[in-house]
Design a protein around this ligand. Structure first.
Ligand code: GLU
Length: 317
């Protein structure tokens, strides 16, 4: 089948991927492949980078059979592309300097009726003289002069989802381009028309789609998938126990067993990615978070191997 369209997994190289991250990667691959798309891996290393983590993450993904169909790109090497997009928004008169500190923003957000985390536009209309004075004290961040209060996206799992869109940061005051702008520029540049990622990023999707529309870029299809949580209901983390491939290997569990646990949690055949792909149905992706108890992670994999039956057999009734 000729491939049309592109999906991706875009980890930040801040440390090893845990089984929750790997499950999201598996889902991104299944969504891409089941819809005839390419699958790309992108390294989002503008922030939160730990030396060696990129190679470690790529090796972890490869150990599960997840490889990029094209060269892996790194955000740290794409400053020119981001500058171009920022320039376009500047030409449209949609960028302004913001001198607020985190504390200024937190205090403004404490005002009655303020939406927490929502930038109230403090620096939107500063005069030239005031801006010159403030610039001498503090390097400005650059913000989008948003023309909307909210924006809606369509998500394969969540449905129509609308969220507030504020004057999002485009470039931080340390000169680093913001995640929200970079992700929009990169997805468009790589032809990504399907974004599958953890649902912790659902609230960011409308502002990213809005940014894409301002830049004249196509809006991708979204699928925000449930995260993995610890038994205490917190987002799964390395400190919760043996939850990385490396830790699990130390306990004698091969990557194939971890993949089986991940596929089992998705109620898919556990024998291989190919077998899971044979029956994958986006509408059957579990909508609840995956609760991971590291002590029992690998004991839950005692499923038969349905891939030995005909590929057209559905595991679901
Ligand atoms: N780099 C982001 C993360 O690791 C994911 C961004 C995305 O998929 O859009 O959380």
């Amino acid at each position: 089948m000729a491939e049309t369209g592109t999906g991706r997994f875009a980890p930040s190289p801040s440390g090893p991927l845990h089984v929750g991250n790997l499950r999201t990667a598996v889902l991104a691959w299944l969504f891409a492949r089941s819809t005839g798309r390419r699958f790309l891996i992108r390294v989002e290393d503008l922030d939160r980078v730990r030396a060696g983590a990129e190679a470690e993450q790529l090796a972890e993904l490869a150990a599960l059979g997840l490889m990029s169909d094209a060269a892996v790109i790194r955000q740290s090497e794409r400053a020119d592309h981001y500058a171009l997009a920022l320039g376009r928004l500047q030409d449209l008169g949609l960028v302004y300097e913001c001198f607020c500190t985190r504390r200024d923003i937190a205090e403004a957000a404490n005002a009655p009726h303020a939406d927490p985390g929502f930038y109230p536009g403090t620096c939107r209309n500063l005069g030239d003289a005031e801006r010159a004075r403030r610039r001498a004290e503090r390097a400005p961040a650059l913000r989008l002069r948003s023309g909307v209060d909210s924006w809606a996206i369509d998500d394969v799992l969540v449905g129509r989802f609308r969220a507030p869109v504020d004057d999002v940061v485009l470039r931080r005051n340390d000169g680093v381009i913001s995640y929200n702008l970079a992700v929009v520029v990169d997805d468009a540049a790589q032809g990504v028309d399907q974004v599958v990622r953890g649902d912790d990023l659902l609230a960011s999707a409308p502002r990213q789609a809005y940014l894409a529309s301002l830049l004249g870029l196509a809006i991708p299809t979204y699928a925000h998938v449930p995260l993995a949580l610890s038994p205490q209901g917190q987002r799964l983390a390395k400190r919760d126990g043996a939850v990385t491939l490396e830790d699990l290997a130390d306990l004698g569990h091969a990557p194939s067993a971890v993949l089986a646990a991940i596929l089992g949690s998705l109620e898919l055949p556990t024998g291989s990615l190919a077998a899971a792909l044979g029956v994958f149905d986006a509408q059957r992706v579990p909508r609840e978070p995956w609760i991971v108890d590291p002590a029992h992670l690998l004991s839950t994999v005692a499923r038969p191997a349905p891939e030995q039956s005909a590929p057209t057999d559905k595991v679901h009734p």
